[in-house]
Design a protein around this ligand. Structure first.
Ligand SMILES: Cc1cc2nc3c(=O)[nH]c(=O)nc-3n(C[C@H](O)[C@H](O)[C@H](O)COP(=O)(O)OP(=O)(O)OC[C@H]3O[C@@H](n4cnc5c(N)ncnc54)[C@H](O)[C@@H]3O)c2cc1C
Length: 388
């Protein structure tokens, strides 16, 4: 089953009276296995933006899972969303990354936008369902971790803001219809909703990369981009605070993706170890291989528990800065260990293109960097526990 027993057990533990949640997730698992997974290797090899997969994901309603029904969401609990994202990443990481970024932008508007913005951006523009696509543009050439030092500027002129600056290492802004852009005004950093077709908004560079090859990592130039004051999200000067809270959700979904990627590598290792023979026996009979399989199975489930727990707390309206950071730190480092060992279990073939296993390692490699490096997340966790 694509929807694993371990996932099912956690969902049943959290929602003992909601058998329908298992049915929903079981059918999402079937959908990912049949419609998404078959395209994943080609998307990576040929560096294709997964638009077709995303259209299917939209029809299946996956993006809408945790958002309020008032904005065309499904209003389902957050643990179902992370479970669906885990399966999506197991099927096709490139598709999952776009869904994760989209979820972050939607969550930012849901938390900090006014009613008009929620209706217009989330509902009418179809962001919650995935009818249109979003990107998140915080990082600049000067600064990623040190986000408060970004240089892009926003100047108010009457009923508009004029944005100028450069954003880099942004996931698929050229494919998105709308971009959540962070820039500094006289009052501090602000968050703006910028339509991609705004004059002066240009993709200046596509940046080749190790993994997630179906997404389009880009540099963006903002040259006197004029956007209405109505597109300022929340209050002027509070953008960085909003960004931090948006990233709490993002970190949880990155953790879910890490689990899905690790699960894919683990399942491939399990079946390869049963088939591959050495010294007259299947390699799964060798204890040093078994040790790897045991560690993979255990660590994946530990990461899953941390991540679904953070999602459960989010549903309860709790501040999840600590739990989301812990889930992100542990799950992403776990995914790297699992994918590295998966190559080892596959021996020489694991290093070649004949087996689709190094793709998972290349994808996992991003996750300890994006949306807060492991170093920054460790500092954040230490800060939060020392404050308690
Ligand atoms: C494939 C990909 C997709 C991305 N997508 C997006 C996106 O959609 N939107 C977006 O805004 N950004 C995106 N990013 C950017 C990403 O969020 C940043 O790369 C990340 O935050 C790190 O910033 P940096 O690259 O500037 O590294 P730096 O901040 O320069 O850090 C370099 C190294 O120094 C360490 N370091 C920095 N400060 C400290 C400190 N105080 N203590 C200890 N160590 C420290 C870091 O941990 C890291 O190891 C993406 C990046 C990649 C690679």
């Amino acid at each position: 089953m694509f929807y694993t027993m371990e996932q099912k057990n956690i969902i049943e533990m959290m929602f003992p009276d909601a058998e329908e949640y298992n049915l929903i997730l079981g059918s999402i698992g079937d959908f990912v296995e049949k419609k998404i997974l078959p395209h994943a290797a080609k998307i990576d090899e040929e560096e294709i933006f997964p638009r077709q997969n995303l259209e299917n994901v939209e029809k299946q309603g996956i993006m809408a899972i945790p958002f309020p029904q008032d904005y065309n969401g499904l209003g389902l609990p957050y643990p179902l969303y992370v479970a669906a994202l885990e399966m999506l990443a197991k099927g096709c990481s490139n598709t999952a990354l776009q869904v994760s970024v989209q979820g972050m932008v939607c969550e930012g508007i849901r938390l900090f936008g006014n009613e008009k913005q929620k209706n217009e951006f989330l509902k009418q523009k179809g962001l919650v369902e995935g009818k249109s696509l979003a990107a998140f543009a915080l990082t600049e050439p000067c600064c990623g971790s040190d986000a408060k030092s970004i240089q892009s500027k926003a100047k108010r002129t009457g009923e508009n803001y004029i944005l100028n600056g450069t954003k880099t290492l942004i996931t698929s802004p050229g494919e998105a219809d709308h971009i959540l852009v962070f820039a500094g005004s006289d009052r501090g950093i602000c968050a703006f909703f910028v339509p991609r077709d705004t004059p002066g908004f240009t993709i200046t560079k596509l940046i080749p990369k190790l993994g997630f090859r179906g997404t389009k990592l880009s540099e963006v130039h903002l040259d006197n981009c004029e956007i209405p004051v109505d597109n300022l999200i929340g209050e002027e000067g509070k953008g960085l605070e909003y960004g931090k809270q948006i990233l709490n959700s993002g970190r949880m979904t990155i953790a879910a993706m890490a689990i899905g990627i690790a699960q894919a590598a683990y399942e491939k290792s399990l079946s390869y170890s049963r088939e591959r023979k050495a010294f007259g026996d299947s390699i799964s009979q060798f204890q040093l291989v078994q040790e790897k399989l045991a560690a993979m199975a255990t660590e994946i489930n530990a990461a899953r528990l941390l991540t679904y727990y953070a999602a459960h707390l989010k549903d309860k309206g709790k501040n999840i800065a600590l739990e989301a950071s812990q889930a992100k730190l542990y799950s992403t480092e776990m995914a790297l260990r699992v994918c590295d060992n998966a190559i080892q279990v596959h021996g020489g073939y694991g290093y070649t293109d004949e087996y689709d296993i190094h793709r998972h390692w290349r994808d996992a490699r991003l996750l300890t960097i994006g949306e807060g490096t492991s170093e920054i997340i460790r500092l954040l966790i230490a800060h939060l526990v020392l404050k308690q």
